[in-house]
Every structure is written in structure tokens, then in C-alpha cells.
Design a protein around this ligand. Structure first.
Ligand SMILES: Nc1nc2c(ncn2[C@@H]2O[C@H](COP(=O)(O)OP(=O)(O)OP(=O)(O)O)[C@@H](O)[C@H]2O)c(=O)[nH]1
Ligand SMILES: [Mg+2]
Length: 261
């Protein structure tokens, strides 16, 4: 074989390799961000339960709220995301979460919120109206609200209230990321089929929201959700020791101290 031709071949063979190493770098950076985001989410602490907006946590910083029908798995998802068994109260009994529950993530200006579920028929009518009013108040007036994580049981997606919520969020330009929860209840094939169908329906309704499969039971989709939360709540990677900026004023050395005395 000709010398020149050989070297060209070698170059061609090298090209895909270089591409792979570049992609690896990117995915390493992504997984580092996700790993740090998961650590950050684990710092979650309960702040308060508010029966109404007027006595909520101060409306500063960034907040993401978990919304969805009663029993969709909101509180369970928060516990899985924060790796804490009982941070939010989950229960077989629908209507378990009854107030607006605030959790801080490392600092009080980055929060997640567990909302009461909508559409639970067994709650007395006057109470239901009161919750709806407060939920509405919260969604409309909360300035720190950066968006919603909207949860739907994968076996009953896009119910009436879900559609209403999505239409409303779209009309107000509010960010929404959808979780099809309890994905462990279906095999992989049927679960992906539902995901595609819901995506298609959303597109047809011009509701361009992101969506993923999720299971609190087997932690499916955990990293993806952590990435979304971190992005919306403005989480940045902590600086390493080498990256720390030089202090503006050098700290006093023991010799300086001797001079002073
Ligand atoms: N198999 C399975 N069950 C789940 C999952 N997530 C939640 N559950 C169950 O679903 C039920 C309701 O979960 P919750 O997290 O309390 O639901 P919620 O949306 O907070 O309900 P409300 O507070 O009533 O609005 C509980 O029995 C959970 O154990 C999941 O990923 N897989
Ligand atoms: Mg709940």
C-alpha cells in the first residue's frame, strides 16, 4: 500500500476515537453535575407547613412545587429525590398532604414544595374549595415559583385536572416538567409506549413540556429529575479548593501579629 494512503487510513481510523473521547468528557461533566445535585438534594430540611399563602415562607429565592392529582406520588417522589424516608408524608390514603409544605435545599433560598393533591373526591366540599383557593393563590402569586413538577400516575395520565393545570401553566408561561410516576407498575415496553403517547398528545395540544418516566420504588428517572431540579433552582457546583478565589486582603501572618504588639 502507498505510504500516503496508509497515513490517511490511519487518520480516518483515529477520527471516531477522538469523537468518543470528547463525548466521554461531556458526559463525565454531566454526571458530575448530577452527582453533586443529588448530594445537594439530600440536604433537604423541612421548613414549614402553611395553611395559606399569607403565612408562607418568605417569597424570595427559587422554589419548585410538586403538583398533581391526589395519590399520584408527589410526597414519595420528594422522599426519593432527597433520599429521606419520611421528609414528606406519603400515604396509601389519598388526600394525605393537606397544606403547602416547604423544604429548604442546603439554604433557605432554594426550596421545594409539596402541594396538596387536586381532584380528591372524598374531601368535604367546603374544605376542597378552601384548598383549591389556597392552591390557586399560591400558583398565581408566588414570585419565587420557578416551575412545577407535575406528577401523573402512568396508568392514568392526562386526566381532566391535569389538562387544566397544563393549559393554565402554558397560558402563564410557567415551566413544567412532567413525571409519569409508578413506572414500576408497567414493564419497560408498555411504559415507553405510554410515554410516547402522552408526548404525542401534548405536542398536538401545543403543550411543549418536558416529560420522563419515574418510579419512587426503584428510583427510575432519579438522575434526570435531579438535573431538572438543579437547573431550575440555580444550583451551581461548589468550587474546589484550587478554584477558590484569592482573598482580597491577605490574612495576617504570625510575624505581622508580632509587629502589632
Ligand atoms: N409502586 C409504586 N407506588 C408508589 C410510587 N410512588 C408512590 N407510590 C404509592 O402511592 C401512594 C400515594 O403516594 P403519595 O406519595 O402519598 O402520593 P401524593 O401524591 O403525595 O398524595 P396526596 O398527598 O394525597 O396528594 C402510596 O401508597 C405510595 O407508596 C411508585 O413509584 N411506585
Ligand atoms: Mg402527598
Amino acid at each position: 500500500m502507498h505510504k500516503y494512503q496508509k497515513s490517511k487510513d490511519t487518520k480516518a481510523k483515529l477520527a471516531p476515537k477522538q469523537k468518543i473521547s470528547y463525548e466521554k468528557k461531556t458526559s463525565d461533566a454531566t454526571s458530575l453535575y448530577t452527582a453533586q445535585a443529588l448530594n445537594w438534594l439530600r440536604q433537604a430540611e423541612f421548613l414549614m407547613s402553611a395553611p395559606k399563602l399569607s403565612i408562607c415562607v418568605e417569597d424570595t429565592g427559587y422554589e419548585i412545587a410538586f403538583a398533581g392529582r391526589s395519590n399520584a406520588g408527589k410526597s414519595s417522589a420528594i422522599n426519593t429525590l432527597t433520599n429521606q424516608k419520611q421528609l414528606a408524608r406519603a400515604s396509601k390514603r389519598p388526600g394525605r398532604t393537606q397544606m403547602i409544605n416547604f423544604f429548604s435545599l442546603g439554604n433557605p433560598n432554594q426550596r421545594l414544595v409539596d402541594l396538596p393533591g387536586y381532584g380528591y373526591a372524598a374531601v368535604p366540599e367546603d374544605m376542597k374549595l378552601l384548598w383549591q383557593k389556597e392552591l390557586e393563590n399560591y400558583l398565581i402569586h408566588r414570585e419565587s415559583l420557578q416551575g412545577l413538577i407535575l406528577l401523573m400516575d402512568i396508568r392514568h395520565p392526562l386526566q381532566h385536572f391535569d389538562r387544566m393545570m397544563l393549559e393554565w401553566a402554558h397560558s402563564r408561561n410557567l415551566f413544567v416538567h412532567i413525571l409519569l410516576t409508578k413506572a414500576d407498575k408497567l414493564n419497560r415496553g408498555p411504559a415507553n409506549k405510554v410515554l410516547l403517547e402522552v408526548q404525542k398528545e401534548l405536542k398536538q395540544s401545543k403543550l411543549n413540556f418536558s416529560i420522563q418516566l419515574f418510579s419512587s420504588l426503584d428510583k427510575q428517572g432519579l438522575a434526570e429529575l435531579a438535573g431538572v431540579m438543579a437547573g431550575r433552582l440555580n444550583f451551581t457546583l461548589p468550587l474546589t479548593d484550587q478554584e477558590q478565589p484569592e482573598p482580597a486582603i491577605p490574612s495576617a501572618s504570625p510575624r505581622d501579629e508580632q509587629h502589632d504588639s
